[in-house]
Design a binder for this molecule. Structure first.
Ligand code: C2E
Ligand code: MG
Ligand code: MG
Ligand code: MG
Length: 292
């Protein structure tokens, strides 16, 4: 019996385990190199005004051009960046790159484009986020009101006082603040009101079946209702079908983002879309009723 327990204990050190530890270490080393060598790029996904179909901004999404691996999506490395604290440096690069892009578009004839960047909790806890943002805006002569920060509920919950102070400073400058993946965390809206928030981003999990699952529809309607009462903007992420769009338009969701209009794109592919003022085709009048 004791022997069995002993064996269970030592199961921790299997060859398989070593393989995982080494792979993780390998990834960490490669990510440090990626930061030094400039292997990260930002792709940008349009955000569209639901009522008009016009592009109102873009979200910057991190990609890794890892030599020999092609384009690596964030789910494969964001976790390691966060655990190792490298996210603070990577996040600083994301903010600087987004601000440079705001300035470049503003002065190249594309015009003012609002860029939202994702910010991890550790960027509030470590380093000086407000200083980084101000430095980047100043360096690239980017208007603060064209920058938006997307934060998750959990990162707000983690370091309250410091986060409120930082966000208040940024908001005073004109930077917009939104709550990403809204509805998936455990925070009440009453709690969130302590933070200077402009916008809620309804998580894709509630949008996926919003036209077929009454519970998801009820949650989305509740979020839209609360946001309206509190005078917060609302954007729905992961909109893929005309039926989802029709539902969201009918219930006065301000903005949508999703493959229905466009996936995240590299700058060169996105620019023509911004320059031509391409609109999202809207469902015909009355079409929404079909999806009720
Ligand atoms: P997120 O901020 O919630 O971004 C939305 C994700 O949904 C993106 O995945 C986007 O490509 C994807 N998406 C957009 N439209 C659709 C759609 O219609 N259908 C589906 N199925 N998916 C859609 P991506 O780019 O792989 O990013 C995943 C997550 O990685 C992001 O979720 C965000 O949490 C994190 N992330 C990305 N870039 C950064 C960054 O620069 N910093 C930090 N801290 N996190 C980042
Ligand atoms: Mg986001
Ligand atoms: Mg999201
Ligand atoms: Mg998400």
């Amino acid at each position: 019996r004791a022997k069995q327990a002993g064996r269970d204990t030592f199961r921790f050190f299997t060859p398989q385990m070593n393989v995982e530890v080494l792979a993780r270490l390998d990834l960490e080393i490669a990510l440090r190199r990626a930061l030094e060598n400039g292997e990260f790029v930002l792709h940008y996904q349009p955000k569209v005004q639901a009522a008009s179909g016009r592009v109102v901004g873009v979200e910057a999404l991190l990609r890794w051009e890892r030599p020999g691996h092609g384009l690596v999506p964030p789910q494969a490395f964001i976790g390691v960046l966060e655990e190792t604290g490298l996210i603070v440096r990577a996040g600083r690069w994301v903010i600087a790159t987004a601000c440079r892009q705001i300035g470049a578009w503003l002065r190249s004839g594309v015009g003012p484009v609002n860029i939202a960047v994702n910010v991890a909790g550790r960027q509030f806890a470590e380093g000086d986020l407000a200083a980084d943002v101000i430095e980047a805006l100043t360096l690239h002569d980017a208007p603060p009101d064209l920058l938006e920060l997307e934060l998750t509920e959990s990162s707000l919950m983690a370091n309250t006082e410091r986060t409120i102070a930082t966000l208040t400073n940024l908001k005073r400058l004109g930077v917009q603040i939104s709550i990403d993946d809204f509805g998936t965390g455990y925070s009440s809206l009453a709690y969130l009101r302590r933070f200077p928030i402009d916008k809620l981003k309804i998580d894709i999990a509630f949008i996926r079946e919003v036209t077929s699952n009454p519970d998801d529809a009820a949650i989305v309607l509740a979020i839209l209702g609360m946001a309206r009462s509190l005078k917060l903007g609302v954007i729905a992420e992961g909109v893929e079908t005309p039926a989802q769009l029709a539902f969201l338009r009918r219930h006065h969701c301000d903005e949508i983002q999703g493959y229905l209009f466009s996936p995240p794109l590299p700058v060169a592919a996105l620019e023509p879309l911004l320059l031509q003022d391409l609109r999202m085709p809207l469902p015909a009048a009355g079409e929404g009723v079909r999806y009720k």
